[in-house]
Write a protein that binds this ligand. Structure first.
Ligand code: SF4
Length: 310
């Protein structure tokens, strides 16, 4: 397999590093961080949580306008909990993976009813919330509550694989070792939360998967660069395609339902995807199973909560 050729890179035979220089990383972050609305002063833990739900597998540029509308409309867990499931699905718009919207709504209900409308701050309690997994729990504890916890996403795994371990990419699957690695890299002071977000930012904007910009990297020591950019030993990850997938068909069906304020007929849904009727049926079945769509007694279809009981 061919090695990735980093942009502007000059192979450097320095000894591999087992740490990341926090001053270099933090100085760079202070100069270069993107102005993302969920990082601004005054953003609440709930609003950070909403951003983390939306950012799972979805680019920042698509999340930004939806997040801004969302937090203006539903600034607290209880405000979100009071919204109907259908309104939440409509507000989710075209972000994709709409089960996240349903889980976010469920999460809002639990926080509003069981946690006094306050997002829990400790990782263990966060992990009990609907839709909150290992990454999201730590991201909220770190970004919203400034705790020293390792936050490990795909970008962070890649930076650590390169800068610390001298490999072209992270292992194919996450492992507990990733958390241990990042925990060991965190500064032992109040800079730890900023270090975490800076590491993530470096992976998102400089140490990218396909074209790392080593020529502008703030890290003076990187084990992969020091080793002369050895080729990856694991197969490159495939970029997930969207066109023609069941995800696309589900999105088309949901578009029809979002646009209607009353249940629609099967014929109205059928025209949303004429290419493959079996695929369309499968997509509709999965939406029903996921609880995103419901069927009325007279056989029509509606967004969750807008069927017979609405
Ligand atoms: S950490 Fe910096 S030097 Fe190392 S591979 Fe990534 S961009 Fe290049």
């Amino acid at each position: 397999m061919a090695a990735i050729v980093p942009d502007g890179a000059t192979p450097n035979r320095m000894t591999a590093s087992l740490s990341i220089n926090s001053s270099e990383l933090l100085d760079w972050y202070d100069r270069s961080q993107r102005d993302l609305p969920w990082r601004r002063p005054g953003v609440t833990p709930w609003q950070v949580l909403v951003s983390e739900f939306m950012l799972q597998q979805t680019p920042v540029a698509r999340v930004e306008p939806v997040w801004l509308d969302w937090v203006a409309r539903w600034p607290t867990p209880s405000a979100t909990a009071a919204a109907s499931a259908a309104d939440v699905l409509r507000a989710w718009g075209k972000l994709g993976y709409p089960r996240r919207a349903k889980r976010l709504h469920e999460c809002a209900v639990v926080i509003a009813t069981e946690h006094g409308d306050v997002v829990p701050s400790d990782v263990e309690t966060l992990l009990t919330l609907p839709g909150v997994g290992a990454y999201t729990a730590r991201a909220i504890a770190c970004f919203a509550y400034r705790q020293r916890v390792p936050v490990v996403d795909t970008n962070v795994r890649r930076v650590v694989a390169r800068a610390v371990h001298g490999r072209a990419d992270a292992a194919a699957s996450p492992s507990p070792r990733d958390l241990e690695d990042v925990a060991a890299l965190l500064p032992n002071n109040g800079d730890a939360p900023r270090f975490s977000v800076a590491l993530m930012e470096l992976g998102a904007t400089v140490c990218t998967a396909r074209a790392p910009r080593c020529g502008t990297c703030p890290l003076s020591v990187c084990a992969w660069r020091a080793a002369g950019y050895p080729a990856a030993t694991t197969p490159a990850r495939r970029v997930q395609k969207y066109a023609g997938t069941d995800r696309q068909v589900r999105g088309r069906l949901l578009d029809v339902l979002r646009a209607s304020d009353s249940p629609v007929t099967r014929a109205q849904l059928d025209v949303a995807w004429l290419i493959d009727t079996a695929q369309r049926d499968r997509a509709l079945d999965s939406l029903l199973v996921d609880g995103l769509v419901e069927q009325t007694a007279d056989g029509r279809f509606a967004l969750a909560g807008e069927g017979d009981g609405a």
